[in-house]
Design a protein around this ligand. Structure first.
Ligand SMILES: Nc1ncnc2c1ncn2[C@@H]1O[C@H](COP(=O)(O)OP(=O)(O)OP(=O)(O)O)[C@@H](O)[C@H]1O
Length: 636
């Protein structure tokens, strides 16, 4: 059997690593998760990272992908024989996470098209070429029959788990990665879907001369047959790294003949720690240490195995006994392909694609976000119902207000309620939509898919119609049914005031969505903060009589500015009748405005200050987004 070192002679590994140690804090002490791990992988190879639960597979995968967070990392990792550049490397590597992070409302085709539009350079690919790439990926991943189906999830029915996993892979493969990384792609899938995912990944690896690394828990013999290389870990130690077909002969050569028909079961049994008692644990830890030491010796001796032909034969026969003649044939097929791949290895040097322009990213993101908003049917129905019920209840409770003393109270109540109704029903759906999409945002940011500013502007802008359309209808309805002052100037000032509040409210929702870790927390913070602000709006408390220590809050209170502008706009210039029985009587609107302490700023100033407050909300929200969604990965 040809040792690995000879087989790859002359080729540059696409990724190589040496002396990797990774430590994390465990209470007051430090725990080593990876111990002196070395290895390399070549283009065209499908590599399995195996080991029992807690062996360190995901940690190694994350370390190699430049996606490990926290702790301390030592050693050296090279990409194409040179030190990695974090900015280009993350765009050369595609990472398929264990959870399929995609928007459930989009279809398969839309999901892949968005990925292609965002990640393929406009300077190298025309729109038609991007569409062609999506078609090819859908064909290769057997997804054409579900192209118009929704991804689903979050309680909504969509495509199957296996199809969803293939879409996740497709999202990465519409680009030109040099390395494809998959974390447990078979988890949650039945055996035939899992095998299909591995087989298709192998096909893509070969066709594109990619290097694919995947963690896999306990693959079937059929799946094992697809892998070119095995990295076997136990307790963070390297037990074996080399061609899959040499693994069983290697263990045989060090005194551990396989007793299983499926090599994967053999590898796991051999390296699993027995936690049944302290003694058993110590024994198995020692066993793992011996295996790790044996592999170090094996590598140091040049990685030669005694009887290659016999070993291969034996291995093929062990796979055949796993009731899988097809597996055996793919094993030998993989040998042939592997030889071809080794010839190609080192010849292909993938280059990172240049990023698209800000406007190109913004356009794609805005279209995607707008589609997401429009597909949130229940939010749209909810806002339509809110609009209708506000028109009916507000309009008819304060029906055709005249100029009596009662109409003073009614005007104050109607405008106060309208201000509140412009915020609460809008904030919650906006906040939820942002928070639900945070997983996708993190995935796309980790891959350097777009700039944060293009994401932020597109996302915020996509919510404006959600507020502007229903509240314009509501304002018009209430205006005419309640008979606010019929004056074109006052009508448009009222509408503008409504729009400014919506603008500020969306910024507020964005900020809370980024402050809160969990949806539950956001749903506590929001009503508490809003209700506190409402106290300073100038209706429930008189602006002039608030404790001086807290009085400043009204200057950062969006309701105060909105309400003050509404009241001044509506009551300014109005005259009221006083009947003889009235003890207190407002004769003009100006008297009411003064009595409520809402004359401190002119209408135009209230609107301007509310815009400034809104801009402040967006600046805070943007900074929080940058800070919260900034992947903090360790880098060597
Ligand atoms: N940041 C961390 N802090 C503390 N412990 C960690 C950290 N990262 C990993 N570990 C520990 O390191 C060990 C390896 O974890 P890892 O997730 O890599 O295992 P795995 O082989 O992928 O396991 P599984 O198959 O169960 O997902 C586990 O015991 C895990 O608890």
């Amino acid at each position: 059997m040809q040792p690995e070192s000879e087989k790859n002679q002359g080729a540059i590994p696409i990724l190589s690593w040496n002396g990797l140690d990774y430590d994390v804090k465990a209470g007051k002490s430090v725990r080593r998760i990876l111990h002196n791990i070395c290895g390399n992988v070549y283009p065209g190879e499908l590599v399995a990272i195996m080991g029992s639960s807690g062996a360190g597979k995901t940690t190694l995968l994350n370390v190699l992908s430049g996606r490990v967070q926290g702790g301390r990392l030592y050693g050296e990792i090279k990409f194409n024989g040179a030190k990695r550049n974090p900015h280009t490397f993350k765009r050369m590597l595609s990472y398929v996470e264990q959870d399929d992070l995609m928007f459930p409302q989009l279809t398969v085709e839309e999901t892949l098209t968005n990925s292609a539009r965002l990640r393929l350079s406009d300077t190298k690919y025309t729109d038609d070429q991007k569409r062609e790439r999506v078609e090819t990926v859908m064909r290769q991943l057997r997804l054409t029959h579900v192209r118009h189906s929704g991804i689903g999830g979050f309680g909504g029915r969509g495509i199957s788990g296996g199809e969803r996993k293939r879409v996740s892979i497709g999202v990465e493969l519409v680009t030109d990665p040099a390395i494809l990384v998959l974390d447990e792609p078979s988890s949650g899938l039945d055996s035939s879907s899992a095998e299909m995912v591995v087989a298709l990944t192998k096909e893509m690896t070969r066709q594109r001369n990619l290097c694919t690394l995947m963690t896999i828990h306990q693959p079937s013999a059929e799946m094992v047959a697809h892998f070119d290389k095995l990295i076997l870990l136990s307790q963070g130690k390297l037990i074996y790294m080399g061609p899959m077909k040499q693994a069983v002969p290697y263990f045989e050569s060090i005194g551990f003949p396989s007793t299983h028909s499926n090599p994967a079961n053999f590898f796991i049994d051999l390296t699993t720690i027995d936690f049944s008692s302290d003694e058993a644990m110590q024994r198995s830890e020692q066993h793992v240490q011996n295996l790790a030491d044996s592999f170090v010796k094996f590598r140091e001796s040049g990685g030669q195995l005694p009887a290659p032909a016999a070993s291969v034969e034996k291995e093929n026969s062990s796979i055949e006994t796993a009731n899988s003649s097809s597996a055996a044939s793919s094993y030998s097929r993989s040998d042939v392909n592997n030889d071809m791949t080794q010839e190609l290895a080192g010849l292909v040097m993938h280059e990172p694609l240049p990023m698209n322009s800000w406007f190109s990213e913004f356009r794609v993101l805005l279209k995607r976000d707008w589609t997401l908003v429009m597909r949130n049917r229940y939010t749209l129905y909810g806002l339509a119902a809110m609009s209708l019920s506000t028109i009916i209840f507000l309009g008819f409770v304060f029906f055709q207000m005249g100029h009596t003393q009662e109409s003073v109270q009614n005007r104050i109540g109607a405008l106060f309620m309208f201000s509140l109704l412009c915020s609460y029903p809008l904030i919650f759906p906006v906040m939820t939509m942002i928070m639900v999409g945070r997983g996708v945002l993190l995935r796309e940011r980790s891959a350097g898919t777009y700039r944060m500013t293009s994401y932020f502007f597109a996302k915020a802008l996509s919510f404006f119609p959600l507020g502007l359309i229903p509240y314009t209808i509501t304002f018009i309805g209430v205006y005419f049914i309640s008979h606010l002052q019929y004056d074109a100037g006052k009508f448009f000032i009222g509408l503008a005031n409504t729009y400014v509040l919506i603008f500020t409210v969306i910024g507020f929702a964005f900020g809370v969505a980024m402050i809160a870790n969990q949806m539950e927390v956001a749903f506590i913070i929001t009503p508490v903060t809003l209700s506190t602000l409402v106290l300073f709006a100038g209706n429930l408390s008189n602006s002039r009589s608030i404790t001086p220590v807290l009085r400043w809050i009204r200057y950062v209170c969006m309701f105060y500015y909105t309400y003050s502008a509404f009241i001044q706009n509506e009551l300014g210039g109005l005259k009221f009748t006083c009947d003889d029985s009235s003890t207190a009587c407002y004769r003009t609107g100006e008297e009411v405005i003064k009595a409520y302490g809402l004359d401190a700023q002119a209408i135009w100033l209230c609107i301007v200050l509310n815009i400034v407050l809104g801009i402040g909300n967006y600046i805070i929200a943007y900074s929080l987004t940058r800070w919260r969604i900034k992947p903090r990965y360790l880098w060597i």
